[in-house]
Design a protein around this ligand. Structure first.
Ligand code: FAD
Length: 296
């Protein structure tokens, strides 16, 4: 019955493995995965969820999520199939939440617009990078976002940048898991196409040289404490290359934990907790997760 009700509003897949929805390729099963076409279809899906007391979670590219091995008896909302339109107007870029930030950074470059170079290697959606205030090379989404269009209790609301309360890998959206980011307006600056291209190429090469891009991961697992980068602490406790099952601390970048084959979520979490415990004992520093645990 729930399946039929959801289908009135959107395409629905049932019993989808999280291994296909996350870059870590770890996790159990999602009972329903839906692809709303617009805000009306989204509203209908949320009504069905409410009527059936089902939890709802938006997934972007799943590049920052560690799912448990269990079943999620709820609805995963995916916006990357239909909410993927964007337009440029002078130096403004308005992009729907499901757009790929990598693709947009290239589109901006072709229009000689600077600001998204830092994001050209982040395998994520506009919704996900806004929620996380994703960043690299001393820049973050906070630097380019002008305002954000959000679905709140069935209403469409535009929040300006200040209202989004961006901080290091933080935003107001993390305090309101029921808010759904629909689109983001970004303000870029006029630049030189060749210079932007070179900077992006330089960033690409740096990522390639320093990150284990050939293995499934969720990027940096821990937030950097203010006093010292997380990688130095992990290195300091001797965990480079450490494995639990197929969960492994990357040899190339120790703040990347990788799935070395068929890693179980349990093993991944054990490795995380061991690192946190050992770092606390040796350095008296709390390492906090940047990666989000989901359905534990
Ligand atoms: C190889 C690799 C490199 C990476 N490099 C970086 C980096 O340089 N800098 C960095 O900051 N991160 C990096 N990451 C981590 C990750 O890409 C970011 O955290 C990104 O912001 C996650 O975006 P996503 O679309 O995949 O969101 P997901 O991982 O799918 O979701 C993340 C959170 O955002 C929420 N969310 C997603 N879309 C919406 C929406 N429309 N409305 C409301 N909530 C939403 C989800 O519910 C979830 O809570 C990297 C990851 C990988 C795998």
């Amino acid at each position: 019955m729930i399946y039929e009700d959801l289908q009135k509003f959107a395409t629905v897949d049932q019993n989808v493995s999280f291994t296909t929805m996350t870059t870590l390729r770890i996790g159990g099963i999602a009972r329903y995965v839906v692809y709303p076409e617009n805000q009306y279809s989204l509203a209908g899906i949320l009504d069905v969820a409410k009527a059936n007391h089902l939890p709802v979670k938006v997934f972007g590219k799943g590049s920052n999520i560690l799912c448990s091995d269990g079943v999620f008896e709820g609805i995963i909302l995916r916006l990357d199939r239909h909410f993927n339109h964007y337009y440029f107007k002078d130096e403004l870029l308005v992009a729907e939440a499901g757009c790929s930030i990598i693709a947009l950074s290239h589109e901006a470059m072709k229009r000689s617009l600077s600001g998204l170079e830092f994001a050209s290697g982040i395998p994520a959606t506009v919704g996900g990078v806004t929620y996380m205030n994703a960043g690299a090379y001393k820049s973050s989404m906070h630097d380019v976002i002008h305002r954000v269009c959000v679905f709140i209790d069935g209403e469409i609301v535009w929040l300006n940048k200040e209202e989004c309360k961006f901080e290091y890998r933080k935003s107001i959206f993390q305090q309101h898991p029921d808010w759904i980011i629909l689109a983001v307006e970004m303000k870029l600056t006029k630049g030189d196409e060749q210079e932007i291209r070179e900077l992006m190429e330089n960033r690409r090469q740096r990522r390639y040289d320093s990150q284990p891009l050939d293995k499934p991961s969720a990027g940096s697992v821990f937030r950097n404490p203010e006093e010292i980068p997380a990688w130095k602490l992990i290195e300091g406790i001797g965990y480079r290359g450490k494995c639990i099952g197929d969960a492994k601390v990357s040899e190339k970048h120790v703040n990347f934990l990788i799935n070395n084959g068929n890693a179980k979520a349990e093993d991944f979490l054990k490795l995380i907790e061991e690192i946190q415990k050992n770092v606390k004992e040796k350095y008296d520093v709390d390492l906090y997760l940047e990666v989000e645990k989901f359905n534990w």
